[in-house]
Ligand binder design. Structure first.
Ligand code: NAD
Ligand code: UDP
Length: 315
């Protein structure tokens, strides 16, 4: 049994990670300021004596004796991270400094949830970890992209300068139950719109692509990454390489929900990447042949079930 700190543990990804860590018999501290996460996401864990919930903001130092830290605290969807961009940068950068300082002091292993957004609007396709990216440093997405790039730099420097054992993963678009229904991300938007028989909003012409990973595949990869050999830091891409256009995604959601919604086209947001697809060769090699198992239709079906229940409960 290990003592594990999960920052951002009440969010979408963090809550699923807490579920699995608790199920495996670990002692978990879930730290969150509830900016985008909620107690509802982890309420079922509160009865466990091995689960502790702490309201805390990672921009302030925190102290606990743990063996491992998963650093996930940061708003992840454009609507949320652009709501208070200065706070987003502070969360990424000061959060990383505070958690790395803690890891150094208590000699804990620490994993950073970085993002495919460090590649910006990529000029190579698919994206390999040694691609340095094409990021607009002054654009509206930069509070997130550059914050995460700075956090990666901090992780590498704490490793080189202070020998902290670090792990960096670059997460590509992930979806599943407990995504925030109003966070504007495409999977949750399309599902909620379809379930309400409201228009499905495609931004741009819908030919832009993303590769969507189901949450369970990500959680498995995160835990395998934590177990890699000590000198392996990453960064490692974690995502599902199957690429879909937004038009294809909309049609799949319409088909699975049997909705009467019509597709409408809206302007493409600023700096919206046209293509994104992970090269996961490194993950397969280093994470014990890890690869995503859940295909889009199966994952969408589970996610639709979740949102259907959520909307019924709201009535
Ligand atoms: P989320 O918004 O559901 O979770 C983030 C959690 O962090 C929330 O519970 C939020 O309340 C908390 N948080 C935010 N600021 C905080 C602060 N200052 N102090 C303490 N807690 C704070 O998002 P998610 O999708 O679960 O993302 C988790 C992590 O994974 C993020 O770091 C995100 O950048 C990264 N990531 C997610 C995706 C994706 O597709 N979901 C893709 C790439 C990277
Ligand atoms: N998108 C869309 N309709 C929506 C929400 C998003 O067409 O209602 C598009 C968005 O413009 C982008 C893609 O879907 O091209 C993925 O958007 P999301 O915000 O989910 O992820 P990210 O852009 O961060 O990859």
């Amino acid at each position: 049994m290990k003592r594990i700190l999960v920052t951002g543990g009440a969010g979408f990804i963090g809550s699923h990670l807490c579920d699995t860590l608790i199920a495996q018999g670990h002692d978990v501290i879930c730290l969150d300021n509830y900016f985008t996460g909620s107690k509802q996401n982890i309420i079922h864990l509160l009865d466990s004596p091995y689960f502790e919930l702490v309201r805390h903001d990672v921009t302030h130092p925190y102290f606990a004796e743990v063996d491992e830290i998963y650093n996930l605290a940061c708003p992840a969807s454009p609507i949320h991270y652009q709501y208070n961009p200065i706070k987003t940068i502070k969360t990424s950068v000061m959060g990383a400094i505070n958690m790395l300082g803690l890891a150094k002091r208590i000699k804990a292993k620490i994993l950073q949830a970085s993002t495919s957004e460090v590649y910006g609007d990529p000029l190579t396709h698919p994206q390999v970890e040694n691609y340095w990216g094409n990021v607009n440093p002054i654009g509206v997405r930069s509070c997130y992209d550059e914050g995460k790039r700075c956090a990666e730099s901090l992780f590498m420097n704490y490793h080189r300068q202070n020998q902290v054992t670090i792990k960096i993963i670059r997460i590509f678009n992930t979806y599943g139950p407990r995504m925030h229904p109003n966070d504007g991300r495409v999977v949750s938007n399309f599902i909620v719109q379809a379930l309400k028989n409201q228009p499905i909003t495609i931004f741009g012409d819908g030919h832009q692509t993303r590769s969507f990973q189901y949450i369970d595949d990500l959680v498995e990869a995160m835990m395998r990454m934590m177990e890699t050999r000590e000198d392996f830091c990453g960064p490692v891409n974690i995502g599902n390489p199957n690429e879909f256009s937004m038009l294809e995604l909309a049609k799949e959601v319409l088909d699975l929900t049997g909705s009467r919604s019509k597709i409408v086209f809206k302007p493409l947001p600023e700096d919206d990447p046209t293509q994104r697809q992970p090269d996961i060769s490194l993950a397969k090699k280093e994470l014990n042949n890890w690869e995503p198992k859940v295909q889009l239709r199966e994952g969408l079906t589970k996610t639709i079930e979740y949102f259907d229940q959520l909307l019924k409960n709201q009535k």
